[in-house]
Ligand binder design. Structure first.
Ligand SMILES: [Zn+2]
Length: 130
């Protein structure tokens, strides 16, 4: 089982839509720790919603312009705040290994640490030389 499947099993309401489908994971493993911190907070927030709105779930979870984006079907202030915190952390965390990183624009925006950036640039050179 992947770490993402484990989270789906742990948060069956947050991570499934009305059709029973989990959101597609569109971020890399470096942000795993951030998501593992975020989900219990969202779960807590979800339970504060009125009973008829507690089927609130994550519609989309992705990387956009290098940052983390989490979209909910419903929500409240504690849930929005938890997402804001996670997004702030993600912009300083390498999306590939979880080490401190900075937002870089080489080809497209990604948060990478120095090691992952160097490796990426070497791989790119490999594609380009003639
Ligand atoms: Zn890295």
């Amino acid at each position: 089982m992947t770490w993402w499947e484990e989270l789906i099993e742990k948060y069956p309401i947050l991570l499934r839509d009305e059709m029973g489908c989990p959101p597609y994971l569109e971020v890399s493993e470096g942000w795993r720790g951030i998501l593992e911190e975020l989900l219990p907070k969202l779960e807590e927030g979800r339970l504060l919603l009125p009973k008829d709105r507690q089927n609130c779930h994550i519609v989309q979870l992705k990387e956009k312009f290098g940052g983390l984006r989490v979209y909910l079907s419903d929500g409240n202030d504690p849930m929005d705040l938890a997402i804001l915190e996670a997004e702030k952390k993600a912009i300083k965390t390498c999306e590939f290994c979880g080490e401190p990183g900075t937002l870089r624009n080489r080809g497209w925006w990604k948060v990478r640490c120095h090691t992952c950036q160097t490796q990426y640039e070497q791989e790119m050179k490999g594609f380009c030389h003639d």
